[in-house]
Design a binder for this molecule. Sequence first.
Ligand SMILES: [Zn+2]
Length: 395
Amino acid sequence: MSSRRRFLALAGAASLSQLVGLPELRAAEYDLLIKGGRVIDPARKIDGVADVAIVGGKIAALRRGMSESSAAEMIDASGKLVVPGLIDIHTHAVREKDDAALCLADGVTSLVDAGSRGSDRIDEAVEVARSAPNRMRLLINISKTGNDQQNGELNDITKVDVVATRKAIERHRDFIAGIKVRLSDFVAGKNDLAALKLAQSVAAPLGMPIMIHMGQSITPLPNLLAVLKRGDIVSHTYSPPPHGIFDDAGRLLPAVLDARKRGIWFDVGNGLNKHITWDVAERATKAGFWPDTISTDWVPMGRDDQIFNIGTVLSKFLLLGMPLTRVIACATANAARAMPTFKGLGTLAVGAPADVTVLELQEGRFEFVDNEHMPRTGTQKLVKVGVVRAGKHVI
Ligand SMILES: [Zn+2]
């Protein structure tokens, strides 16, 4: 009889330690307890002080007043926010092997590289994603070259290789979560609409989302939105003109409101250049056009400029007047809905993967900048203090 089976056979009569004369060594019920924080789980409309217990890499319990001795390790989160592991649906963290770890250190437990690579180098990108310490998925660029900052990857339409893109997706269905198309003038020139239609010809039959990079396109935005289907994502929603979300008179385009009604998501994608200005973001949010998801469009350079980290980008929307729970939803529940590959994430529901970010909501005077380096002062800032990934306290 194996020792485990012998133990189980004896367990009904007396504990093993009593039988062998050892002091009582009761194994902890949970691996980790995150205690006393303000838990915000927008997917389930939870906002209140509670403890989060984790076992075997999953959320095991969420309630008040759990005993410290019930867990092998405890994180004291009193005075802090405990939220589902943050999800960043637009980054460029696949280019260097260590980039994903930098995002994890910022509190991002799941992330998407949005189009850095096309079919030419997708195998290499998948290897990087596979070895990332967080959950990294990819949007394959419809241009086989991936993002090309020098020449613009769609200025030559022959760089769209539909067959190679389909084959890449077939090979890596577990890592490729959708297709990215950048549509600005410098990227696509007059090919914007044609490239988008080709991307949709691949994405739609597979039921995959497309993410477009909008702003400064040659084709007007309504004509681009017309190609999008339910579940597709518009990134850089608050791009300055030409061809942003407003008409020349400063009114939200009816096609934008209609797209939202059709189930198209509007994402932030902070980035570094011509993707967000205070002027556009403020005008839109004052008109009630808030983002569905808040992503960073992270690049390593952004760590010292404009983006810094996801907490900083989220805080810009606190500055603009978005309620805290809605801001958190934009990088948790909503992000998981917008990116089907992340289904089941973005929540602290019992049984969900135990990805948790602990944040501090600091009060004071904090300067934030837009893509034109215009400063604005906010009074609150979200700062990461702890990260749990797959049940392990990693930061
Ligand atoms: Zn981007």
